[in-house]
Design a protein around this ligand. Sequence first.
Ligand SMILES: *Cc1c(COP(=O)(O)O)cnc(C)c1O
Length: 468
Amino acid sequence: MIRYVSTRGGDGPHGFETVLLTGTARDGGLFVPDRLPAWAPADFAALAGLDYAETAARMIAPFVADTFDAEELRALCREAYAGFDHAAVAPLVQLDADTFLLELFHGPTLAFKDFALQLLGRMFERVLERREGRLAVVGATSGDTGAAAIHALAGRRRITVAILHPHGRVSPVQRRQMTTVEAPNVLNIAVRGSFDDCQRLVKALFADRALADELHLAAVNSINWARIVAQTVYYAWAAVRLGAPARPPLFAVPTGNFGDVYAGHVARRMGLPVRTLVIATNENDILARFLATGHYRPRRPVATDSPAMDIQVASNFERLLFELADGDGTRVAGWMAELAERGAFRVPPAVLARARALFRADRADREETRTTIAHIFRESGVMVDPHTAVGIAVGRRLRAAGEGPLVCLATAHPAKFPDAVAAALGERPVLPPAWRDLERREERFLVLDPDLEAVRAAVRRHAREQQR
Ligand SMILES: *Cc1c(COP(=O)(O)O)cnc(C)c1O
């Protein structure tokens, strides 16, 4: 049975249920499994005829076996992916002879985060029913995560959700996707401030132990292990469809918090044949700089056309560091302390060499992103969003001739970022039918100053009303 331990060596082992409900480990680290399932090439080949939900149930089962039996998990996966608007759930679209788009934007909020959160919401509900518990999910968002969390948790029993976003600083589509959800268990708070203010407020709420215990606060940010596991599935799904294990693909992954590309790495560690994983970043290129120099040094984040990747501290990177340190949590804790105290750390050459053997990385700036959007449209008539374009640009640059199929993860629907797409093409992408009346739907949100007392009172009132 897989158990979970902290990357800093001071928490665990725990079962999956604890890891699902807690998010971060008590010592400040992230949970990782104490071992991974070892699949043979034939096990992956056997996925070939299965639909997406069944593929998910098979791949996720070993990670959650102490919490959900196979039938229960299968039902959760079926429900989670039934609401996607494409029969294939994650369709592959061919761009040229050997380049493919893996479309991960057919879920309820048009971004790949639905893959994990639709399942997570259902797992939460099932576990809470069983233990007759309650949960108040609180989170800060710069856009996609908040919308995906709200759509995954709206109307779920025993769960309330409060999401903070910076007032006037998320795209209108992203805001409306959050604020037009009518379920009474959903609270949107627009904070007069920046995303950093929102994050600081959420951290302060979690630091208030009395409040956390009273309301049973829980997080759904990208460090939750359950999200990583759910995201391993589409790597295997795509690879198998393109002829793996015989033809191992390269994956190009638009990267911010390192969650998505790390999930690809976990699939590879389970045995999935992968040629390489390409980390594609925008101007916020800490990961590309790390792989070039071995020096991990965050800078001030800059605003780009791909805002979901405007991140300088890639939280999930700690999980890779744990592996590179051969599971030595003390060593990871040392690097993290250095980062906190001196603003940077450096890994020795041997560690860097191992990281380089696993990943390639580079960045694409705004101009290259826009040129790529235009080029893909001319070349194949496909509109891609700016995040996806960063992945395509970097993936094509770092692939050598004859290396095998390149799979570029399409992480958001182009209509979620219409201004950047229009700037590149002179043409605005259109929302899918289910979202066409978004502008006419009624919005509901509180506007608050970035004041902890005010936010705490609002979150408490909302959770209590709902938990009665
Ligand atoms: C969240 C997000 C990303 C970045 O994913 P990480 O797991 O944080 O690396 C990329 N593209 C889109 C559209 C996103 O919403």
